[in-house]
Design a protein around this ligand. Sequence first.
Ligand SMILES: [Zn+2]
Length: 535
Amino acid sequence: MIKISIKTQNRVLISRLIWSTVISSLILGCSNHEDLKVQNSFQRYLDTSTVDTFDLLIAQTTIFDGSETLKPKRDVLIHDGTIEFIGSVDSLIISIKKTIVADSLDILTPGFIDLHAHGNPLKNPEFVNFLYMGVTTICLGQDGTSPNYDDLTEWITRVEEKQLGPNIALFVGHGTLRLLSNILYKKNPDQADFDQMDSLLVHAMDVGCFGMSTGLEYSPGKFADSTELDRLANIINLKKGIIMSHIRNEDDLELENSLKELIRLGSKCPVHVSHLKSVYGKGNKRGAEILDILEEANQKGFEVTADLYPYLASYTGIGILFPDWAKPPNIYADVVRINRTKLKNYLTTKVESRNGPEATLFGSGKYKGKTLAEVATEENIDFADILINLGPSGASAAYFIMDDSLQSTLIKNPLVAIGSDGSPTMYHPRGYGTHAKVIEEYVVKRKTLALEAALTKMTSLPARILGIKDRGQIIQGAKADLILFNPLKVKANATFEDPYQLADGFNLVIVNGQITLMDGNMEELNGKIIRRTSQ
Ligand SMILES: [Zn+2]
């Protein structure tokens, strides 16, 4: 029966390979229909393949291919950076340079795609922190800030000379566009300014950016109005990109307006909320209300998605605590001289509304590692005076302003992917722990996310959001960004006290077909700059 079925498919040429398949099938007692189908499909693959010796076989592993279910006992064959075949490989009839046999509890998944990351690849191209949490692609150029180059080709060329750990997908920052087109703090740019900003955006998209990021809570992004943003969204639409936004205000009372400001642009192009959160909002019900806003927009036909990180503290410059009138273009020294009392009252109210000075943990500058409350006690002055003395750009800090039940509601929604918002140097555990923590905490400990749902949020969902078709999935022809791990052994070691602790558990990390991390040891770095391609 086996012979007949193979012969009818290959009437003329019975190759050496087919005979080997037949023989090994007989030896292995391949008698059921399913096995035969798989064997045939490998044979069909070989009939069209020109590869003599394959780079790597990952044998007999459960795979999560990016779709909904786990698939047991698959062989995945890799060559020249590409996934060549998935199914049952007869390794007796082909030549393979390296074979890795998975442990029985291991899962092979696409490498994680981190939708919101920070860091400078010219300084830290290895991005080891991301590799150790299974991330094989990071999205840089976030919150409105991207490399400060008129022509990003120059930056890309310099980065490509480095040995990159993960792949990098770049966004162009709206704030950087304002800076480069000399609009900077202008509230009403003129036509010539706009034209210059438009042409910079067009160029950035043409060299391969995936879209534009905005940081509307920061300077100079906050000076943009709807006319400016509409104009840029039209270009993003033409170029088939996406707008990712640090929205105008994440405070619970302002959240709805800020989300709606972004969603309005969804009528023009896909939009995405970066690090979705509510500052001082609380409870599941509030989480559900926030999700309703995103879901309603999708029901209207807009493409609106979000990412978040699984920690309850945010991290940014202490400028976030200061009023607009204490920041550029106003001169800070003048503000303090003229309006010190007013500023002190503002800062006191603001910090109290954000869970008080105990909830602000400095991550840079001379107070790094101490809370604002501790510093105030040590120096024996009001916490607001500490902030006034530092000034809005004087330090960065973590702010414990999120509520567990609210954020845990958000993370479960299928529109919400994972983005670390971390970097190799940021004093916050999210840069070293995010993806591991999603598995360790939500899948294994709390059991509030199914493993497949969590993996989707880190693989195929971010790929879909970015419009990347050849990563984030284990399919034939996709790039071989792969990770092999036992979910029960994944551990996020980074803490707020000790944030630079690498995650454990991702035993094998493959980037573009190359083993980059194996059993805790770094091997060859093979990340690339990846570019948006027109759909
Ligand atoms: Zn941000």
